[in-house]
Design a protein. Sequence first.
Length: 147
Amino acid sequence: MKKRDKYTLSVSRNVLIILAGLVWLGVGIMLLRLGFLWLFAIQDINIFYYVIPGVVLGLLIRYFGFLKIVNKNLKRISGMKEMNCIFAFIPWSSYLIIGIMITLGINLRHSAFPKQYLSIIYISIGSALALSSLRYIKIFYHELMKS
């Protein structure tokens, strides 16, 4: 055993799968919450003009983008050894992309961009993330039932 392995928090592949699913779900719920809070704070608007496009875009993002990422990530995790670093639920190269996305989100949230239009973006990405997380949870459940 390498010296650094002694200090690595290792978890099973199944834990990586559920951890990835919970992170995707948590971020999705956070984005949905922000989007809806902005809409409810604005007086005299019909929120459905913003929610419906957000959900439709979210379904498209999920189907054409996020499910491919989820499937690729599940394939990567299933090819790993049984015990892995807890942070391996996301590829190391993706941490930079996540940092950029967080920075972009913070900048958008604090920009002069009208919140009702920003809510469409947040609802679409939030719903796509939350719905895509269900694939992780489903695979975790099936793996749990096998063992």
